[in-house]
Design a protein around this ligand. Structure first.
Ligand code: AMP
Ligand code: MG
Length: 423
């Protein structure tokens, strides 16, 4: 229950669904292939060509008629006339008839008539042989039709969809796009995300810390996370805990044509927690307070603007802000960015120790490791109060977030749970 209004807290899934219902994917643009890494494809990509485009040799060797090698062995080699020498990049014209062979390099087109390649290692090229004429080769093994030949389209067929829309491009994806000749790539625009820290106690990293002040770390964490998830951070600095300054900084942020607004702190029930008030006057509040730990005082609303810009009011405590970012802001950024997969990677792991829970969904800082072919997870560091919502260094220790479901108040050691993988 929420102390002030006695309203029940909103379940995590409902809060996320509400946020995502206010987020629509951005428009799209074309970028050169060299700038496409990490971008989200806006359209499925279909190949107009076969890869490889022609039958070619998979080995350095001799292109032959396979039947000519039947029964060849070290004891009874077969001899063939060498009629051509084919490097990669040419278009061979000489036919290879029965009794003939063409020397051929990896990737070179198969000559007409040949139906297999025998590797140099199985010929007189490697194995010393007496009594061969200068234009002869001896085969010491048999090959079958098609051996060591790559067929046209065996990698990618013409007409095949190679990548779906909504896919984040990895180096290997850039590779197949290059292979089919996609010099420019349709991608979603990168979301511009405004980041505003709030608090009278905050000083920027360039300034000295005077009595009562602390460094603004949230803004830097959030800028890094926006970049990590494919957005462009717009760092707005620090707003003081006054209606006037918050209002002015939010308006200034909107003028930079951002797609999403993130604030941190000022959403609790303290005397100077103004974000909700300003959100209500500069836009429309959608909900406040979620059944999550850490991160309960999360606020969400839509700012007045011709496009209607979603604002996620993250909590102030650095870990709460990071967890709430992963749970709520990350999927919003990914949806803006057109990304089809918004699932966090996770594993099932066995708890090293029992855990108790308040009844909210608890994302516990956790360390996952493998032992005897199984994942194990601990939620206890060595000697630090690692679950405190202000202990940012515990996020440096953690490599995961253990997900303790809402309404689960106790889990014994050895219980298998879901753990989000952070990296
Ligand atoms: P608040 O929700 O404004 O009461 O803030 C909760 C806690 O988070 C307080 O201890 C703040 O000092 C701290 N905090 C707020 N903003 C930041 C920030 N940008 N960087 C680091 N800590 C912060
Ligand atoms: Mg504050």
């Amino acid at each position: 229950m929420n102390a002030k209004s006695n309203k029940p807290l909103i379940p995590v899934e409902d809060a996320l669904a509400k946020i995502l219902s206010h987020v629509t994917p951005l428009d799209t643009e074309w970028v050169p292939l060299t700038q496409s890494l990490g971008r989200i494809l806006a359209e499925p990509i279909t190949s107009a060509v076969n890869v490889p485009p022609f039958a070619n040799s998979a080995m350095d060797g001799y292109a032959i008629v396979a039947a000519d090698s039947a029964g060849a062995s070290a004891q009874s080699p077969r001899r063939l006339q060498v009629v051509d020498n084919i490097p990669a990049g040419v278009s061979p014209t000489k036919r290879v008839e029965s009794g003939a062979a063409a020397r051929i390099m990896t990737g070179a087109p198969m000559p007409p008539g040949a139906d297999a390649v025998i590797r140099f290692e199985e010929t007189s090229e490697y194995i010393a042989t007496d009594g061969l004429a200068e234009n002869e080769v001896a085969l010491f093994a048999a090959v079958k039709q098609g051996d060591n030949v790559r067929h046209p389209g065996e990698d990618i067929r013409s007409g095949q969809t190679i990548l779906p829309a909504g896919h984040r491009l990895r180096p290997q994806d850039v590779g197949v796009l290059a292979a089919v000749g996609q010099a420019r790539v349709p991608v979603y625009r990168r979301p511009k995300v405004a980041i505003l820290a709030t608090g009278d106690e905050l000083v920027s990293i360039e300034q000295p810390v005077t009595p009562g002040k602390i460094r603004n770390s949230n803004e830097y964490v959030q800028a890094a996370m926006v970049e990590k998830y494919g957005g462009q951070p717009v760092m707005l600095g620090i707003a003081r805990d006054t209606i006037e300054d918050l209002t002015a900084k939010i308006r200034a942020g909107l003028e930079q044509d951002v797609d999403l607004f993130l604030t941190s702190a000022g959403v609790s029930i303290g005397d100077f927690d103004m974000v909700k008030t300003v959100l209500a006057s500069e836009g429309q509040m959608q909900f406040w307070q979620v059944a999550i730990k850490p991160g309960k005082p999360l606020a969400f609303g839509m700012l007045h603007h011709r496009r209607g810009i979603p604002l996620i009011g993250l909590p102030g405590n650095p870990v709460a802000a990071m967890v709430a970012f992963e749970v709520f802001a990350r999927p919003a950024i990914l949806k803006l960015a057109g990304c089809a997969n918004r699932q966090k990677n996770s594993v099932r792991a066995r708890l090293d120790e029992e855990v108790t829970n308040s009844g909210r969904r608890h994302y516990m800082r956790a360390y996952v490791y493998q032992k005897e072919g199984e994942y194990h997870v601990t939620t206890r560091g060595s000697g630090v109060n690692i679950q405190g919502s202000g202990i940012l260094s515990s996020m440096v220790w953690a490599n995961g977030l253990a997900v303790i479901p809402e309404n689960v108040t106790y889990l014994p050691a050895g219980h298998s749970i879901e753990v989000w993988i952070l990296d």
